[in-house]
Structures are given as C-alpha cells and as structure tokens.
Design a protein around this ligand. Structure first.
Ligand SMILES: C[S@@+](CC[C@H](N)C(=O)[O-])C[C@H]1O[C@@H](n2cnc3c(N)ncnc32)[C@H](O)[C@@H]1O
Length: 230
C-alpha cells in the first residue's frame, strides 16, 4: 500500500486546535483525505443539487464533520443532517458546524439499522431530497451497504439522489494496481471490509427502488456514483 493510501484511509490527524488543551478549546479532528477530496466532491454536488428552497440532505458517516462544514456554506437552500455511528466523532462534527444555521446537530446513526430506530421524527418515509455517503462502503462490513440502500430507498423522495464516493470494483475487476493493494490492505485490517463491486451495489439499489444514474471519475482513482430514487 502506498503512503498516500495509508494516510488517505485511516489516519485521524488532529488539527492544531486539538493539540491545545484547556477551557474553551474546541476539538476539530482533521482527516487529510477529507480535506483533499472536498473540492472535487463539491464540484459534483453543484451539478446535482438544485437551487430551489427548502431542501434537505442526510449525511451518513460524517467522520470529522469537515465535509458537511465545507458543503453547507455553498448550499444555503439545503438543511444538512450530519450523522455518525462513532460517538467519539460527534463533538468534532458539532464544532465544525455549530456556526451554520443550515446544519442540524449530528445524529448517532448506525446505517445497518432501520431508520425507524434512529429516534427523530425527521427520519420518515420520502422526507429527504439527498443522501450523501463518502468513503464508507469499503471501510465497513457489507451489511452497512445493504442498510445504506435499504434506508435510502425509504427516506429519499421520488427522484431524490444518493451520492456515494470512494474506490470501487467494476464487473469483478479492480484497477489500477494501487486500488488492488488498497483492497488487500483493507481486508488485512478487517476481512469484512473491501472494495464493493458496483454491480452488487446496483442489485441492492434495484431491490430498493433506486437506479444508478451516473459514475463520475474523481481524482486518486475514486468515483462519485449518482443514484436516483425512482
Ligand atoms: C473512512 S471514514 C469516512 C468519514 C467521512 N465520510 C470522510 O469522508 O471523511 C469511514 C466512516 O464510516 C463510519 N461507519 C462505519 N460503520 C458505520 C455504520 N455502521 N454506520 C454509519 N457509519 C459507519 C465510520 O465511523 C467512519 O467515520
């Protein structure tokens, strides 16, 4: 695995602010990968998020909160709902986003569970315009991908969009070689992790009334996939 890949994946490097201690210091964790990919992803979101008022976006696996904080500034017409399964990250997400009027406090959400257990009335059928999920499907067990499509199929409005971002396998093939090594390193860390085949995700999508609309090549051999609810 290349150094870039190692850094890209798992390292949580805390920002300068987190190295200071004492009252009033707000912890904001920092993922270098999230910082590198936020602009290319933003340019895709700008093509698909409409300018109309009163829209909403649910982020699954917000990580540190860097992405939602970056995107929220560009889409004042959208209310953002960040979420994480790892409760240790909620404070960082809050600290990145609490100054934004259009970002709700983060929710504790395990995507492998049904949305009816997520404990808020906003999580109801056909209530979201967009769902965004970055770098999770390959760094979590497959039931998380199943849950992502199952819950998305319920929560998205008709014609709503799911954005997924990361490296993928296509028709059983992983390329280039750096992604093959990356996949191997993921499986070494956890045998249930690994790049997902877009065709398997497509099957999950179809089972949940969602279709693959577009695959967009992104820097560093990643892709953004645009999925639309029928
Ligand atoms: C590589 S990080 C990506 C974080 C962020 N999206 C980003 O791009 O910086 C993968 C994230 O998936 C989250 N995750 C793993 N299992 C999950 C689950 N069952 N439900 C929701 N999120 C999960 C982890 O907590 C972690 O924050």
């Amino acid at each position: 695995m290349t150094l870039v890949r190692q850094i890209r994946n798992m390292n949580i490097i805390q920002s300068a602010a987190t190295h200071r201690s004492g009252p009033g210091v707000q912890q904001k964790l920092f993922y270098p990968a999230a910082d590198r990919n936020k602009e290319p992803i933003l340019s895709v979101l700008r093509q698909y998020i409409c300018s109309g008022p009163n829209q909403n976006l649910l982020e699954i696996s917000s990580g540190t909160g860097q992405h939602v904080a970056h995107f929220a500034a560009y889409f004042p017409q959208v209310t953002f709902y960040p979420s994480e399964v790892d409760s240790r990250l909620l404070e960082s997400i809050s600290n990145y986003t609490k100054s934004f009027a259009n970002v709700k406090p983060p929710f504790l959400i395990d995507i492998s569970t049904d949305y009816s257990n997520w404990g808020d009335t906003v999580f109801e059928e056909s209530n979201f315009d967009y769902i965004y999920n970055c770098n999770m499907v390959h760094i979590s067990p497959f039931p998380c991908s199943i849950g992502l499509f199952k819950n998305t199929g319920k929560l998205l409005k008709k014609n709503g969009i799911l954005f997924t971002y990361g490296p993928y396998m296509i028709d059983g093939k992983i390329s280039p070689e750096s992604n093959v090594s990356f996949n191997e390193s993921l499986k070494t860390q956890n045998p249930e992790w690994g790049l997902r085949d877009v065709r398997d995700l497509e099957k999950l999508a179809h089972e949940n009334g969602i279709y693959l609309m577009k695959i967009i090549d992104m820097p560093a051999n990643n892709k953004t996939i645009i999925w639309r609810k029928e």
